[in-house]
Design a protein around this ligand. Structure first.
Ligand code: GCV
Length: 724
């Protein structure tokens, strides 16, 4: 039985609690990073009212899923930023209308007679105009997707402090195919993934479509990413069976309104594994028919299916060379199957073999250069940014510029397989920029990698950029807040490879943390130096591939032996008592000759090669005199120290931001920076201890000896390292 006194106490306690809650100071809501850069937090009052004056009304015909998505995003964004969503309008009959449409969807836009000719199907313009005598902000495009991209652009501008009174901009992507590559296996494991399991819940698909897929699509659309390869390039043929294609079709349905086309990685031997054929020979009539039928089956389910990505004859994957056919034979067979449906093939040039005694850095070029011009029009050859494998720093791949008759697609890695996983802070925008701005010189100065990739240098209609995704089921998507910036930077650069890394970092920091300069400034400062710090403490001066075998976590420069020399650090550093570095000069492996002469001459010449590529291209004595006047050994030790100092500095900067950034994201990042600092020290100590065991040199004056013995570092093992 209820006691009257207890009821009163309960009521009073609730009222008291409510009163106390009201008395508490306002606190930033706990944030776990799920919202990414689309947080839409309230603007300061003065800015909110300035923006609000231009966004009182919204006129858009939301009669298609993509236009509905644009409307929903604008309402959501403006409601968050301004405290109120714009009112729906049916005409421009008051000042402050946001008018959005294509000439086909909006008579008002049509009557404005705007010049949309150079915008294609994805571009848009945003202009402040007078419409019917009223001040209006217009987002116009030829197609719905341009409107969605324009809506995200407008919101980004509002989030980063732009005024909306005199807008006049035109945007269109410079690269056609802008895709994420998920290295996600069908069992949920993500190869080189550091953000938890795959976001694709294959078991529950197609009947359950996780709401997260929509947020994934929103995030990608906000950057202009227009495609996603759902499964690992180390592909399982099962993805092409009817059971899985139904699941893929369900995902395609969810992602379609956001302009994300779905692609799949295909296993070259699928006709044998799931088709019951005796061969996968690309010139075999039965095999060709099998792929044609498979393409028809896919397009019947997914009419806008993007196409296939293939890793062939590399790291144990099957491919056309199993039948003495070329990579062009393999790619063209698939291209012929997809062409009637408008699909493309992305054929990877990441090809090297342990049976080839030549320098691994040369092998992709050797294999693909002779095939230039022999691929069908709907084939993109996908080339990793460097000649080896996503190292903290590599020179650009010599293939860029070496195949004028073939559109080459850039493959960047967003996930940080070789840069400390998700617990090291390394903003990759600077690395992407460095590669894209590198000058191949193949058509004279200014022949940048960016122009090759955009198809501009050699006049290709098809162009592409792929980023190996760092996305998983972690609440913050990427394993750490700062790793979200690498997804962001990839997307922005895929849209426009000429954008600057600093400008992108600034946008991201303002959208992700705060538009306050006192926050954004220090955050951008941390980001801009972060990748160089990793290079310094892991692989300075052109060293590469010194990470632990298999998992690629931590230093293991001593690692040797096993079935694949080309997977061991000793293959790459070639250090001994007298010197260190891989001689790729004309006197060595000759890899320099794969570059255009003006580049090759610089890389080949010990006096001119930039310090950051010294040990990539040259084997030099430990006493080699550097430009600084120090010996190589002294310089190496200094670089390690510089890397550690940079991490300490990032950490100090971050700790000063405590209280200005929500507690949850601040605390996680602080923990990760502490991990990074420890591991930077570990990289330095283990590397120096090992180099000393070879060169017998003392640690230069002013620098401490390694904290532990070499044997200690060599005894460490990490069977549980993720992503492997
Ligand atoms: C998907 C490196 C990685 C592999 C990856 C491969 C590739 O070797 O370590 O995990 O495999 O590159 O890009 O195909």
């Amino acid at each position: 039985m209820q006691q009257p006194g207890r009821v009163a106490t309960g009521w009073m306690a609730t009222a008291l609690a409510a009163f106390l809650m009201l008395c508490l100071p306002a606190r930033a809501a706990a944030e776990d990073g799920y919202e990414l850069w689309l947080r839409y937090l309230p603007l300061p009052a003065e800015r909110a009212s300035a923006v609000g004056a231009h966004t009182k009304h919204l006129l858009i015909d939301a009669g298609t899923p993509t236009r509905a998505a644009a409307r929903a995003e604008l309402r959501r964004g403006l409601e968050g930023l301004l405290g109120r969503a714009p009112a729906d309008a049916t005409a421009v009959d008051a000042a402050g209308t946001l008018l959005i449409g294509t000439p086909a969807s909006s008579p008002v836009i049509r009557n404005l007679g705007l010049d949309l000719r150079d915008l294609g199907n994805e571009g848009y313009l945003i202009r402040s105009l007078r419409v019917n005598g009223h001040a209006a902000t217009v987002i116009a495009a030829n197609a719905d997707l341009g409107l969605l991209y324009g809506a995200f652009d407008l919101l980004r501008r509002v989030q980063t402090g732009a005024r909306l009174d005199a807008l006049d901009l035109r945007e269109a992507p410079r690269v056609k195919v802008r895709v994420l590559n998920h290295w996600d296996n069908l069992d949920g494991h993500v190869e080189r993934g550091y953000a938890g399991a795959s976001i694709w819940d294959w078991w529950k698909l197609p009947d359950h479509r996780d709401a997260r897929y929509i947020d994934y699509a929103r995030a990608n659309a906000s950057l202009g990413i227009n495609g996603t390869v759902l499964n690992n390039v180390n592909a399982n043929a099962t993805i092409l069976t009817p059971r899985y294609l139904a699941k893929v079709a369900a995902l395609a349905d969810v992602l379609r309104p956001y302009g994300l086309r779905v692609y799949l990685s295909a296993r070259f031997s699928a006709p044998m594994e799931i088709g019951g054929l005796k061969t996968a020979d690309p010139l075999d009539a039965g095999v060709r028919a099998w792929w044609r039928d498979k393409a028809s089956e896919i397009y019947a389910l997914i009419p806008d299916f993007g196409g296939l990505l293939v890793k062939a004859n590399s790291e144990g994957q099957p491919g056309p060379q199993d039948y003495d056919r070329t990579h062009a034979d393999g790619a063209n067979m698939l291209a012929d199957a997809l062409a009637p449906h408008g699909g493309i093939v992305m054929w990877r040039a990441f090809v090297y073999s342990q049976h080839n005694p030549d320098d691994r850095a040369k092998q992709a070029y050797t294999e693909f250069k002779p095939l230039d011009g022999r691929f069908r029009d709907n084939v993109l050859v996908q080339v990793k940014n460097g000649p080896i494998d996503f190292q903290p720093r590599e020179p650009f791949s010599p293939l860029f510029g070496a195949m004028p008759g073939t559109p080459l697609m850039m493959e960047f890695q967003i996930t940080k397989e070789y840069l400390g996983f998700a617990t090291h802070l390394a903003y990759l925008g600077t690395m992407y920029e460095e590669v894209l701005q590198a000058d191949t010189h193949v058509k004279g100065p200014g022949s940048t990698v960016a122009k090759v990739v955009a198809g501009e240098l050699h006049g290709h209609a098809l162009s592409g950029m792929a980023g190996v995704a760092n996305i998983g089921r972690d609440r913050n998507w990427s394993g750490s807040v700062f790793d979200q910036a690498n997804w962001f930077a990839f997307g922005r650069l895929a849209w426009d490879p000429a954008l600057g890394a600093r400008e992108i970092a600034d946008q991201w920091a303002r959208m992700t943390f705060s538009d306050d300069d006192a926050v954004a400034g220090p955050v951008v400062g941390m980001m801009m130096g972060s990748r160089e710090a990793v290079v310094d403490y892991m692989t300075p001066l052109g060293l590469h591939h010194l990470m632990g075998r298999g998992h690629h976590y931590g230093p293991m420069p001593w690692d040797a032996g096993g079935p694949r020399a080309d997977w061991t650090p000793v293959y790459y550093h070639r250090a001994d008592r007298d010197g260190i570095g891989f001689d790729r000069s004309r006197r060595g492996s000759g890899a320099v000759s794969q570059y255009a002469p003006p580049v090759a001459e610089v890389y080949d010449d010990l006096a001119r090669v930039p310090d950051e590529y010294l040990l990539w291209f040259h084997h030099v004595p430990w006493t080699h005199p550097m430009r600084s006047g120090r010996t190589l050994w002294e310089e190496l030790v200094r670089h390690y120290a510089r890397g550690i100092d940079a991490v300490s500095q990032m950490r100090r900067t971050w700790m000063r931001l405590e209280g200005r950034i929500d507690a949850q994201r601040h605390a996680q990042t602080a923990d990760f920076l502490a991990i990074q600092l420890n591991e930077a020290q570990w990289w330095r100590d283990a590397s120096i201890a090992y180099w000393q065991s070879l060169n017998g040199l003392p640690v230069p004056a002013g620098f401490p000896p390694p904290a532990q013995s070499l044997e200690y570092y060599q005894s460490l093992s990490f069977p549980d390292a993720p992503g492997n």
